[in-house]
Each structure stands twice: as C-alpha cells, then as structure tokens.
Design a protein around this ligand. Structure first.
Ligand code: ZN
Length: 186
C-alpha cells in the first residue's frame, strides 16, 4: 500500500440520486446505493505515456493547463472508454505534438497520483515517428526534443520523472530511430 490520497467519494448515487451508504466489501469500505445496488469503486484511471527519441533526445511537452501548468511530461493522457491503450498513446502523441507514431514496445507501467487526488496507472510505450510535423497542440505550451541530461524544466509527475531518470541513467533502454535496441546508454 502507498500513501496515495483517497479519491473523492460520491455522497449521492450518480444513477438514481439516493444517498449512498458505507458498506464493507471484503475488508474494504465502499460507498453503496441501497436503492439500485450501485457501488463506487475507487480505481486508478488508466493513461498512456509515450517515449519518442531522436538520437539521444526525448520528446517532451510543456503543459499549458493545470495541474502542474508550465511543467513538462512525455506525451501523455487518459484512456477513453472506447479505445485500446495503444490507441490512446498514438492519439495523445498526435494531439500534443503533431507527430504520427508507431508504437515499438511496452516500456513500463507506473502508478501515481494526478494532483490533487486522482490515482492513475500510466502505461509507458516507446514509439518511432512515421509522419506528421512537430508542433505544440492545443493543450501544450511547447513541444520539442531535449537531451536526457539537460531537460528543459521540471517534470510534472513522479511517474514521468522516474521513467526519464531511468533513461538518463542508462537503466532504461533507449531506442534508435529504427526501433531496435541501440543500447545508447550514456
Ligand atoms: Zn442508485
């Protein structure tokens, strides 16, 4: 278990508006609707993060909006209900950077908290460019490729900081532009 803050709980049933009650479910307290049976599960929200390299430089996006406005992440965003996590990754890269990418590998899975209290599970992929033109999207203040040892500013989220630190230290595998493991660990 972690020190993750608990996400907000509903006071009323989002389906039938009945006041929710607390109920123990296998040792976990859950908010439960006595009228329709709805139970609120406090699950993390899944999202994707994408590592795109140009040589030893990594693609980073500066956040235009809160939370952590002005700070940097790899292209990232939440999964929509009707897409696969791979589709999320490709879509978020396009929206934030203008680039078309093909995913090359599943890199790492991290958990964290989107401030103030939204638990998230971020699936990090590596990807290679296959089209498009680098340009900051509507929700990005800036986008570019930066050396792993000279990042343009503070990284917004712990999960992204860990992944970038691993890449910089050579613990993560850096991919060459053709997608093969180049072992450029320096
Ligand atoms: Zn209900």
């Amino acid at each position: 278990m972690t020190t993750t803050p608990r996400p907000p709980q509903f006071a009323f049933c989002p389906y039938c508006r009945t006041a929710l009650e607390d109920r123990d479910e296998g040792g976990r307290p859950r908010r439960y609707c006595p009228a329709c049976g709805y139970t609120q599960y406090l699950n993390p929200a899944p999202g994707a993060g994408v590592i795109i390299m140009r040589g030893k430089q990594v693609c980073l996006v500066q956040r235009k909006y809160p939370p952590r406005q002005g700070l940097w992440t790899v292209p990232t965003g939440f999964m929509e209900w009707d897409e696969t996590i791979g589709e999320t990754a490709v879509r978020e890269v396009k929206e934030e950077t203008g680039l078309d990418v093909e995913l090359t590998a599943l890199h790492e899975v991290e958990t964290g908290v989107l401030p103030p209290n939204q638990p998230v599970l971020v699936v990090f992929f590596t990807a290679r460019e296959c089209g498009g033109e680098l340009a900051a999207g509507d929700d990005a203040a800036a986008v570019g490729f930066y050396p792993l040892d000279a990042l343009p500013g503070p990284i917004a989220f712990g999960a992204h900081r860990r992944v970038l630190a691993e890449l910089a230290s050579g613990q993560g595998i850096i991919l060459d532009p053709t997608g093969g493991a180049a072992g450029e660990a320096s």
